[in-house]
Design a protein around this ligand. Structure first.
Ligand code: ATP
Length: 901
């Protein structure tokens, strides 16, 4: 919203003028004012893309070849005067569409809920303080802080930039990031040339910046063209698409066969056309797996929800399938395998080593040299470490009622706690010093430095970072008496190794006094000129649940690899604690740089720890692992991780500390950044794939069995054991209901003890084809058997058919119990007990079947009569025999496979 309707556009205005125009300042709005503006202008959200109307969505369920056939059938039966059949066909068709409509609605709701979980956040200044707010709550006049990887939440007039590069492809189509500055542009400059503006929806590729919000929601540039943003993820995956195509071609094939049979029956066997027509309609309904795509969609939606409950938010649905096939997980260390709750545990200065005690971020704890507690305030080197640690730091430490928390980077929070432990009651260095300039942390150069000036005009540079990086910039080191001496690089390296070997993250701290008035900090000011003051070691304990998850991965044939920017020694120690397979072999980024692709492809197989890597290495590692035929999941959080996340089979972004850029590139976002959630997602991925397989393995044989019954009867010139209308009932009412139960199947017990599924595994495997053949033949035998038996007993045709229909439904139910356990026996108590969903559907279908058989108006509609209890028991008996046969056959197969393994 642009409430200060200035005639001059903001990009052409001076930044100060914009601040004034929006009645705000560099310290931001007050929280109250921001809330008032939010109330007045509404949330910073683009209008939702128009939804398809429910009527249209409902009608779409009639857009299907089978339904057209049925509607034709309804017309033909009406013309022939078979009005009951017409009515039944129409009711069934409508019931089918209603079921589909409700299911689709549920699946879409599930997806919408997931989308809400991915709502972006933004850092703003309110009441002069940095706060993280929902991007939807940003208002005009807010001061927004931009950092690499973030998505610009609204249109901003920038008033401060530091190496700010913004990727504006979404607006301008230009894929290279453009450099931003604060200089005003000409009023008529095209969008891409308005360098002082950052536009909503674009991504910060590097650097930092601050700007004042000039437009939100629909008033932003992207809001004006928001039509192009309305891409809504549809509920489909390659597998489901494949099944969709398969069903479509199968439909064509079946319709062809039906036409041939129609000709055959009418011309050669001289059946009446009306009878023949109903037979082929029955055949089409029997054979076409029309319910399959809908049930598969439900299966996916159930999977998406299950993953969300385990903190894994699926951004792209195909990831569900890929996750089930993952054979390598490449993960970050800090925060994913470890808790990212840091505490400084050791400090090393020239000639001295200290242990730091304490708990969490509380700034209380003794500093010891061996057994003796030292007065840290008296130690010049420690005091200097405390000062640099507090100044070269962006975190904030808060303590309320003894509960200490931090805002910002946990490592910096831990350094603040250390500074207070050393400084005791003396005022924080931040009170005395004011930051003049900074070199912000970047994973590529692995250090951060600040330039601060105190009230006396003294200017100080403070740096912290990876020891080898900081050491390389130091010429001297701080002596215990406060003076300086030549740097003993060897001793420092040894000290760093010793700290790292304990699994602690090592940071080196260095300073330099600058000439008075020095105002800008560059690498050249530090290179070779810093004085090394000391090293600090930070503990960051592994997450216990990550250790358990690594064990699960190994059982599931999934290799876990740690890719970290941390020191090799620290990485190896943590790798050991976490239980990685080969913790003694560590490759560093430098090692990787020296390898060509072939050497790398060999090395990656047996190496599980990669240290001192930069994001670019991740991309090479993914490619190398993929070249070995592995299916790779890769985690990432920074903006530079995006290419590796895109390249990985399953890119996984961190929800808490991850940048928007990483989230956009990823297929999956972890709400809790926890490694254990990845493994839970893999488990769900395998479950969903199994359930898809179960739905297919259950549906296809049922359809094939029914179709075969009709074809055989027709070819042998026999009366049909089930009528077309009855088949309609079986397929469009009972089958779909039963099939859905499989979408809700829980994870099978041995799911995470199987090796990952091969990448190109075909769904219609030899095993499944054989299962289809076997079950179809058994269905055929069961149906003809009971029909022949009934006729033999002198029962009427109508009763014989009623018994045949009931037999099919009973066989379907037993088949369902069988399919539930693809990889184990179905005869355990847990298997028989089933799930609520299974019993609910089985009871529902049984009740429907009783109505079908015994309720007079249903009898009239479907041509059925009551079946005697004895015959009923016989039908269930057939189901039991069928179950016994296929279960024994499965055990035989499993025994054979076990023998091979
Ligand atoms: P992990 O994979 O364990 O999550 P990472 O890859 O995120 O680690 P980086 O954050 O890239 O690791 O950090 C790499 C190294 O850079 C660290 O080991 C540390 O030495 C240094 N470092 C990290 N953060 C900072 C910071 N804020 N200031 C200075 N140096 C830092």
């Amino acid at each position: 919203m642009n409430d200060a309707a200035t005639p001059i556009p903001h990009h052409a205005l001076d930044a100060e003028a914009t601040l004034v125009a929006f009645d705000t300042g560099r310290g931001g709005l007050s929280q109250d004012e921001a809330l008032r503006r939010l109330d007045q202008h509404g949330p910073n959200r683009l209008p939702e893309p128009p939804k398809r109307s429910p009527v249209l969505r409902f009608l779409r369920h009639f857009h299907n070849v089978l339904i057209y056939v049925l509607i034709a059938a309804a017309i033909v039966t009406a013309v022939l005067g078979h009005f009951i059949d017409t009515a039944v066909i129409l009711v069934v068709v409508i019931a089918n569409a209603v079921i589909g409509f409700i299911q689709e609605g549920r699946a879409e709701q599930a997806m919408a809920a997931i989308r809400d979980m991915l709502a972006p956040h933004t850092s703003v200044l309110r009441d002069g303080e940095r706060r993280t707010v929902d991007s939807a709550d940003v208002v005009v006049g807010d001061i927004v802080l931009l950092e690499a990887g973030e998505k610009v939440p609204a249109d901003l007039r920038l008033f401060e930039t530091k190496g700010l590069l913004v990727q504006e492809a979404i607006l301008t189509g230009e894929s290279l990031p453009v450099e931003k500055s604060t200089a005003a542009a000409a009023a008529n400059a095209p969008l891409g040339d308005r360098t002082a503006m950052a536009f909503s929806g674009t991504l910060v590729a590097a650097g930092t910046g601050r700007g004042v919000v000039v437009a939100t929601g629909p008033a932003t540039e992207i809001g004006r063209i928001s039509g192009m943003l309305s891409s809504v993820e549809t509920l489909t995956t390659p597998l489901v698409q494949q099944m969709d195509r398969f069903s479509r071609w199968l439909t064509v094939l079946i319709l062809l066969i039906a036409a041939i049979l129609l000709a055959f029956g009418y011309f050669l066997e001289h059946f009446a056309f009306a009878d023949m027509f109903m037979i082929v309609v029955g055949l089409s309904v029997a054979a076409i797996p029309e319910g399959l795509p809908a049930v598969l969609t439900i299966t996916l939606a159930v999977g998406v929800q299950a993953m969300a409950r385990r903190n894994a938010i699926v951004r792209r649905l195909p990831a569900i399938e890929t996750l089930g096939a993952v054979s390598v997980i490449c993960t970050d260390k800090t925060g994913t395998l470890t808790r990212n709750e840091m505490m400084v545990a050791s400090v090393v200065t020239a000639g001295d080593a200290f242990m730091v005690e304490g708990e969490g971020y509380a700034p209380e704890g003794a500093i010891r040299r061996g057994e003796t507690v030292v007065d840290a305030g008296e130690n010049q080197a420690l005091r200097e470490i405390a000062r640099a640690a507090a100044l070269c730091n962006d975190a904030v430490l808060n303590g309320e009622n003894g509960n200490w928390t931090i805002q910002g980077d946990p490592m910096e929070g831990a350094l603040l706690a250390l500074a207070r432990k050393i400084g005791g009651d003396t005022p924080s260095p931040r009170a005395e010093w004011r930051r003049v300039d900074e070199i912000s942390f970047d994973a590529r150069h692995r250090y951060m430095a600040t330039l601060d000036r105190n009230t006396h005009g003294t200017t100080l540079a403070s740096a912290k970072g990876a020891p080898e990086r900081i050491l390389a910039m130091c010429a001297t080191q701080r002596r215990p008496d406060g003076g300086s001496e030549a740097l003993d690089e060897h001793a420092w390296n040894e000290a760093a190794e010793a700290i790292a070997a304990k699994g602690q993250r090592v940071l080196a701290i260095a300073t330099r006094t600058m000439a008075d008035g020095h105002a800008a900090l560059g690498h050249a000011d530090l290179e070779g000129k810093l004085v090394l003051v000391g090293l600090v070691g930070l503990i960051d304990p592994p997450r216990p649940e990550a250790i358990a998850a690594v064990v699960q991965c190994h059982e599931a044939g999934i290799r876990v690899k740690m890719i970290t920017g941390d020191h090799a020694g620290t990485a190896a120690a943590i790798g050991r604690q976490i239980g990685l397979q080969n913790p003694d072999r560590v490759l560093t980024g430098t090692d990787l740089d020296m390898m060509d692709d072939a050497a790398l492809s060999n090395a990656v197989a047996e190496t599980d720890i990669f240290a001192r890597t930069s994001p670019e290495h991740k991309l090479r590692l993914v490619t190398a692992l993929q070249s070995r035929g592995l299916t790779v999941a890769m985690t990432g959080d920074g903006v530079n991780d995006a290419p590796a996340l895109k390249r990985a089979d399953a890119g996984i972004a961190m929800g808490l500390k991850g940048s928007e850029a990483a989230k956009e590139a990823a297929e999956l976002v972890l709400a809790d950044d926890n490694f254990a959630s990845i493994v839970a997602a893999v488990r769900e991925g395998r479950t969903v794939y199994d359930n898809i397989k179960k739905v297919i393995s259950w549906t296809l044989p049922t359809n094939a069995g029914e179709a075969l019954t009709i074809i055989v009867a027709l070819l042998l010139g026999m009366a049909l054991p089930v009528t077309a209308i009855q088949i309609l009932w079986i397929n469009l009412v009972t089958s779909i209901t039963l099939g859905i139960a499989l979408a809700f199947e829980p994870t099978e017990e041995n799911t995470m003890r199987r090796p990952p599924r091969p990448r190109g595994e075909s769904l219609l495997s030899a095993g499944l084809t054989w299962h289809i053949v076997l079950v179809s033949l058994l269905f055929l035998a069961g149906v003809f058997g009971i029909y022949a038996y009934a006729i033999d007993q002198g029962h009427s045709d109508v009763l014989a058919r009623t018994m045949a229909v009931n037999t099919i439904v009973v066989l379907e139910i037993f088949h369902l119990f069988f399919i539930r356990n693809l990889y184990g026996t179905s005869l355990t108590w847990a298997a028989v007990r089933g799930t609520k969903m299974v019993w609910a559907t089985v009871l529902g279908v049984t009740a429907a079947q009783f109505a079908f058989t015994y309720v007079p108006f249903m009898q009239d509609a479907f041509g059925t009569v009551a079946v005697s209890p004895l015959d009923g028991i016989l039908i269930v008996g057939i189901g039991i025999v069928f179950f016994a046969v296929i279960e024994v056959e499965k055990q035989l197969r499993l025994a054979l496979l076990a023998g091979k393994a």
